[in-house]
Design a protein around this ligand. Structure first.
Ligand SMILES: Nc1ncnc2c1ncn2[C@@H]1O[C@H](COP(=O)(O)OP(=O)(O)O)[C@@H](O)[C@H]1O
Ligand SMILES: [Mg+2]
Length: 587
């Protein structure tokens, strides 16, 4: 046995890296699991100490291990830019490497005061000890970190042995012990699909059950094939390699699949990324392709299994999001009722169904976005062309079963397509408005006309702003300026619930001053006898002076055309994006 002094060959960059830290002790420990992966291990076991004990935490892998030279030249070479080997792959198993910066090993020192490494490769077993205190002291004394003595020892070992064990002792009590649950959740999200890499924490192999979320145990019968048995989880967070894998005799067939649920118009597409499961169907053995990459295409058994599974998983997704959907619906209920009431009686039922679909498709989405899509959808129902399409679909429900099935399958897409058309129309409106707003020759009444016909431009809450002759007459009495030039351009609209909005339009060539604000407020005062609840909005090219937001007047909003237009564009862009490619294809 030889004992030698070994020094860290590090760049001074180590100091900040060491203190950088990890957000949790579990994240730190995962670095050590990553190292086992990079070393082509097939199994890594993590043993967590029991609470209140002084036992160490041990991470042991059966990977390649390191020779003494590798320990000195690779393991101990820290964080110099040259070793930034992005995108490399491991020597034996061609795994995509996780490490890159050469600092992962220090993660252990966030959890513990001392870290012992024992690694075996090619007939040599090497051990060394890394102390947090030593490193900190060196940093504090501003000494070269190479001065740290690591007491490396080398002994002979059987040639066939390989692997690495990291033992962490003097655990950091302030952090609390790492929890199996949290570590397993981190690990399964990353390695859950790896076939040749088992992570065992406290004697239990990490697997599907460690995904945080609602887990469903399932069994069903596939006619002519036999039983299907499995589990799936609706994860709380998106999972890497999400989807369901089929196994036959324990062996995975092909890639994970979403069973088409990612394209289901009734489901939010991003939710598919939260599905994680495995289903074993032993009876499908003869239906697997020669390369074991999929099932033979015309396998009725496989198709039947997929279909049954699709229904089960969809049920799981819907169950998990039911609560969210119901709450969202309640928040928008008033508006929905109102818009439904405005529709001709015979269109209401189908509009109601479309609304249901919207809530299913966008659970947990921001309320203002839901408002946008609701309003665009209701707009669509008010358009007669669209109504013809829906009616045709509805009529076919009396036709034969096959037609009905296919029409129903399409219905969601048609819905979305027409909604997308409406969204496109809004974009065209915004395009022409921005041309007007950029032209200094534009008159107030021109922009006025556009906004009056499209009050949604003012923001989601003004979607339902309506004017009528009475309101117009009131305004006529208000302004009695003699010449057309001096007369202000005003629009008075009513909102449900007795609120009113007074919009004053300024031509693009006129910057909005404090005097303009004062004038607008005077109009409000005059109107307030008749209409007590009025918001004022002044729209123009720009403000004459910069105004600190804290000096903004209550219920008086000064906005620029470019601001209004870009805010409205953002909403629509978001909507189009989320209607999905299928919807966009239709126009
Ligand atoms: N468990 C292990 N088995 C074999 N080699 C390891 C192990 N842990 C670390 N190493 C070697 O030490 C190097 C440094 O590890 P680390 O500090 O995690 O940085 P990185 O993973 O970014 O390279 C690794 O690149 C690898 O060559
Ligand atoms: Mg690493």
């Amino acid at each position: 046995m030889t004992k030698e002094r070994t020094h860290f060959s590090v760049s001074p960059r180590l100091a900040p890296l060491l203190s950088a830290g990890y957000r949790s002790s579990e994240k730190a420990l995962k670095e050590l699991v990553d190292n086992a992966w990079d070393a082509d291990a097939e199994k890594v076991t993590v043993t967590l100490p029991e609470a209140m004990s002084d036992a160490p935490l041990v991470v042991a892998d059966d990977g390649t291990g390191m020779t003494p030279d590798e320990v000195r030249e690779v393991y101990l070479a820290v964080a110099d830019g040259r070793r930034n080997r992005q995108g490399g792959s491991s020597a034996q198993k061609r795994r995509k490497l996780k490490g890159r910066k050469g600092i992962g090993k220090f993660a252990g020192l966030m959890v513990a005061a001392e870290m012992q490494l024992e690694t075996t490769a090619r007939g040599k077993r090497t051990t060394l000890t890394l102390g947090l205190a030593d490193l900190h002291a060196a940093v504090a004394r501003n000494e070269d970190l190479e001065a740290v003595d690591l007491g490396l020892t080398v002994v002979d070992a059987p040639k066939s042995q390989h692997g690495t064990t990291v033992t962490l002792s003097g655990l950091n009590r302030k952090l609390g012990l790492p929890s199996r649950e949290k570590l397993a959740q981190l690990v399964v999200r990353e390695y859950g699909r790896a076939q040749d890499f088992d992570v065992v924490i406290d004697d239990v192999k990490v697997g599907v059950a460690d995904i945080a979320g609602k887990t469903h145990e399932i069994t069903f019968d596939v006619p002519g094939v036999g039983p299907a048995i499995g589990t799936f989880t609706i994860s709380e967070k998106p999972v890497k390699n999400a989807g369901i894998v089929f196994t036959v005799g324990g062996k995975v067939v092909g890639d994970p699949t979403f069973l088409g649920l990612d394209r289901d118009p009734e489901l939010p597409s991003k939710l598919a990324g939260n599905i994680y499961g495995e289903v074993e169907i032993e009876g499908l053995h003869d239906h697997v392709t020669a390369d074991w990459g999929s099932f033979v295409e015309n396998s009725e058994g496989f198709q039947n299994a997929q279909e049954q599974l699709r229904r089960l998983v969809k049920g799981g997704l819907e169950e998990t999001h039911k609560m969210e959907v119901q709450l969202a619906k309640a928040r928008h209920q008033k508006e929905i009722k109102r818009r439904l009431a405005e529709l001709p009686e015979n269109r209401r039922k189908l509009a109601q169904e479309a609304v249901e679909k919207i809530f299913k498709k966008f659970p947990g989405e921001r309320d203002d976005r839901i408002e946008t899509i609701l309003s665009v959808t209701f707009d669509a129902f008010e358009v007669d062309d669209y109504w013809e399409v829906i009616k045709a679909i509805d009529a076919s429900t009396n036709a034969d079963v096959a037609t009905v099935a296919s029409v129903l399958a399409d219905f969601g897409l048609v819905d979305m397509a027409v909604t997308a058309q409406q969204a496109q129309r809004r974009i065209r409106v915004l395009d022409s408005l921005s041309v007007l707003a950029d032209d200094s020759a534009t008159l107030e009444k021109q922009v006025h006309a556009v906004v009056e016909a499209n009050p949604w431009i003012l923001g989601n809450e003004y979607n339902v702003l309506r004017s009528n002759q009475t309101l117009k007459n009131t305004l006529g009495d208000l302004v009695d300026k003699p010449s057309e030039d001096e007369r202000p351009d005003l629009f008075l609209g009513s909102l449900p619930g007795g609120r009113h909005v007074l919009v004053e339009f300024k031509r693009p060539s006129h910057p909005i001053s404090r005097d303009d604000e004062a004038q607008a407020e005077k109009y409000r005062d005059q109107l307030s006898k008749k209409y007590p609840d009025i918001d004022v909005v002044i729209v123009g090219r720009e403000r004459a002076q910069k105004v600190d937001p804290q000096y903004e007047k209550p219920r008086l909003r000064v906005v620029t055309w470019s601001h209004l237009i870009s805010a409205a564009r953002l909403e629509i862009a978001w909507l189009l994006e989320h209607l999905g490619t299928d919807a966009r294809r239709h126009y």
